[in-house]
Design a protein around this ligand. Structure first.
Ligand code: 26Q
Length: 751
């Protein structure tokens, strides 16, 4: 049946006379029916991708794309005076993730389904996700972000498992999100929850009683862990997630009649960072309970598990005090002790390999590396740094376990859904093969000297900028000029990602304009990203950006050349608006600190040109597009690592030596900014930059400002710039998550 007939049957009236709400519900119902009609993917071996985060984004649009109904829906609604984009806005977006790692998990599920691989996701159904970001008085505030609705895409099941917390048992409930692939494939994301969770216990902001686990367990992702109760809650969450995963696995395998001694032939588990690491002792515990010896169980679990590392920052490598684990999961302690003992016996000459350290802390990543058969980084440089620096003793012990899997992104969301105009144009140029075989995108290169093509690509970019400007005006009341250059830095706020460097560039440009030196073209600098609630420096950086936004945009002269926009509550939906509209993709981490980055890939695919450090996947982008189609700057990762090892960086020297740097840093506490902002926050940020600057902003600031000026100047040479855009689009096929998932499957999972 045609989509129109299906909708009319549901609506009981013509499409043209239905409201957006009615159409939304009719579309959701139709999509759900089509999903149900699609057979589940099956196979002899199954993957369980366990992750604390799945940043899925809205589902209506993605499902329409994957069912190949999106265009039909778009045109049908348009013909009836409706706007599908507006209707999609009615779906609340779940914030079940914080950034890269969570979005990667969502892209992976899309690719697993699309490749018709037998694999499910397992995670938690947080009621309020991370938090919703609000700006007041130029500061970030956190409020609960409720996304659950009766008729959403996540459905309640009758599946429940007993979960043991110390001496009591709670009963879980499984919810499912159907994940359909592009044209074929159908798998599930299982999200576990407790029926007793009570949303009403949330008080001021995102505060709640951390002690009542029955009521608070799945309220938030990453609840504040600055005190013991917060840390215990995190352990409760993690154990709840993995015990459900392990019990689900065992149940499914038994239902299939598989022999548990041959578990490694039938399942693979991917541990997404250390948050699900307790699955290792939990699965061993269950297998031992089923009658297996400890030795055999540990061997099987090692054969089943793969561990992915996403961060080299020390603070992200989780370690839990034994006494805390003993409170929450006493029944796992003999197993963790046994695993540590076996590892120590085998490698007792090196304390860095111990799972339990001298202070009685359990190192989750170390447990993962001993008891997984695969350990991977997420970009070539990242994996190299893991092998030779961060995880060196483990690489020397288990060289065969280490491998690289450069991240990827799903083209279904990151071009087909967010940029149908460019998708159609590429189809016109090279046909549709690239949609299922992304390296075919390379064929776009045939057109790199074709004036007409370049003109069309530039026109599509302009159209996406006009659309973004309209969206920002309507949704946020922000006015931007689509004829200005859009430079975009969207990602979690963190000192190593160096949003502060971009802010200092804004000051540099502001001071230049004030002194009468005007840039060749107007620029709009966009930011978006949340700061962890307890991360003071990150919040101070947001404060500086919001103060600059006010100062710059209200200056009658400066605002003609420069505008600043900090997007509130940056999420997947906003990413889908701003990324296709970007001219310049800001990827300016401190070299060696950004494991991969995936935003960089999304921008590239949509024809933005990168300005970035030689870090993470930027290195691979540069190799693909070649140096003349990317702007790289700054010290190398080797230099940075050397500076850390030798304590060789002193920010104050850079401040004293360079007059431009000094003026920019001084301006943070200028009368102009103090009139707008909070003196304590601005001064603390300034002091940090002068005296600590742990992520070496001032080291690369000069180089950054110069490189950016070059990029902005090059932008004016339209044929040159548009050709750079084309090369970036053409060479982005490598970054399809379909390629990444094929590699995981060929080398790790063997489904
Ligand atoms: C750790 C301890 C306590 C509380 C929270 C955490 C924690 C939470 C989230 C540690 C790390 C994360 C998330 C990390 C993350 O998103 N990393 C990003 O992963 C992307 C996908 O691989 C990479 O592209 C990014 O480079 C990396 O920053």
């Amino acid at each position: 049946m045609k989509l129109e007939e299906q909708l009319v049957a549901k609506l009981g009236k013509p499409v043209a006379s239905a409201s957006d709400e009615e159409l939304y519900h009719a579309l959701v119902d139709t999509v759900k029916e089509q999903i149900r009609a699609r057979e589940m993917t099956s196979g002899n071996k199954k993957l369980y991708y366990i992750s604390a985060e799945f940043l899925t984004g809205r589902q209506l649009g993605r499902n329409l794309v994957n069912l190949r109904l999106y265009k039909e829906a778009l045109e049908l609604l348009k013909a009836n005076g409706k706007d599908l984009r507006e209707i999609e806005e009615l779906e609340p977006e779940p914030s079940l993730g914080n950034g890269g790692l969570g979005r990667l998990a969502a892209c992976f599920l899309d690719s697993i389904a699309s490749l018709n691989l037998n694999g499910d996701g397992v995670g938690l159904r947080y009621h309020f996700g991370l938090f919703k970001q609000e700006f007041r008085n130029h500061c970030q505030y956190e409020v609960p972000d409720r996304w659950i609705t009766e008729d959403g895409f996540v459905t309640k099941t009758d599946v429940s498992f007993p979960i043991r917390f110390g001496d009591r048992i709670v009963y879980s409930r499984m919810y499912d999100l159907d994940v359909i692939g592009f044209e074929k494939g159908h798998t599930k994301l299982h999200l576990f929850d407790l029926d007793t969770v009570d949303e009403s216990i949330v008080g001021e902001g995102i505060s709640f009683d951390k002690k009542s686990i029955d009521k608070n367990l799945t309220l938030f992702l990453y609840p504040d862990d600055s005190d013991k109760d917060g840390q215990l809650l995190r352990i409760y969450q993690q154990y709840f997630m993995v015990s459900n995963a392990a019990q689900l696995i065992i149940k499914e395998q038994k239902d299939l009649g598989h022999d548990l001694h041959r578990l490694a032939d039938h399942i693979a588990i991917q541990i997404n960072d250390t948050h699900p690491s307790l699955v290792i002792p939990e699965l061993i515990r269950i297998l031992v309970h089923e009658g297996m010896s400890f030795r055999e169980a540990a061997g099987i679990v090692t054969g089943v598990c793969g561990y992915t590392n996403h961060t080299i920052l020390a603070e992200a490598l989780e370690k839990w005090p034994m006494s805390y684990l003993n409170e929450v999961v006493p029944h796992l302690m003999p197993i963790i002790g046994g695993l540590d003992f076996a590892a120590v016996c085998a490698y007792n000459d090196n304390k860095n390999l111990n799972i339990i350290d001298d202070e009685g802390k359990v190192h989750m990543a170390r447990m993962d590396m001993h008891y997984s058969h695969s350990v991977n980084g997420v970009a070539a440089l990242h994996t190299k740094i893991l092998k030779h620096q961060e995880l060196r003793p483990f690489f020397e012990t288990y060289p065969e376990k280490f491998n690289n899997k450069t991240n990827g992104i799903t083209f279904r969301r990151w071009i087909m859904h967010c940029n149908p105009e460019l998708t159609d144009y590429i189809n016109e140029m090279i046909g549709k093969d690239w949609l299922s075989n992304p390296t075919e995108l390379e064929r776009v290169m045939y057109f790199h000297n074709d004036e007409n093509t370049l003109k069309n690509i530039a026109e599509i970019k302009h159209l996406k900028k006009v659309q973004a400007a309209k969206y920002l005006k309507e949704k946020e009341g922000i006015e931007v000029d689509p004829d200005s250059i859009f430079s975009v830095q969207v990602k979690r706020m963190h000192e190593y990602k160096r949003q502060q460097m971009n802010a200092l560039y804004i000051i540099y440009e502001y001071l230049k304009i004030k002194s009468g030196i005007y840039p060749a073209a107007p620029v709009t600098v966009f930011f978006g990203g949340k700061a962890a609630p307890a991360y003071t420096m990150a919040k101070n950086i947001i404060h500086l950006i919001l103060c600059l936004q006010e100062l710059v945009n209200n200056d009658p002269v400066v605002s003609k050349y420069l505008r600043v926009v900090m997007l509130q509550n940056y999420n997947i939906a906003k990413a889908e608006v701003i990324i296709p509209a970007a001219d310049i993709s800001e990827q300016i981490s401190l070299a060696s600190k950004e494991a991969s980055g995936t935003g960089n890939m999304k921008f590239m695919l949509n024809g933005a040109v990168t300005i970035g450090t030689n870090d993470g996947a930027n290195v691979e982008i540069r190799d693909l597009v070649r140096a003349e189609n990317i702007y790289t700057f700054g010290r190398s990762s080797d230099d940075v690592i050397h500076l850390y090892n030798t304590n060789g960086y002193h920010a104050i020297d850079y401040y004293n030596r360079d007059e431009h740097i000094r003026r920019c840093v001084d301006f943070i506490t200028s009368p102009e900014l103090l009139k707008i902002g909070n003196e304590e926050m601005l001064r603390s940020l300034q002091d940090n930059l002068k005296n600590k600057d742990w992520f070496m902003t001032l080291l690369d600031l000069g180089d950054y400002c110069n490189t950016k000026e070059t990029a902005l100047y090059d932008y004016l040479n339209r044929p040159k710039w548009t050709r750079m855009m084309l090369v970036n689009i053409a060479r982005s096929g490598f970054f399809s998550s379909d390629r990444t998932i094929k590699e995981y499957n060929d080398e790790i999972w063997h489904l």
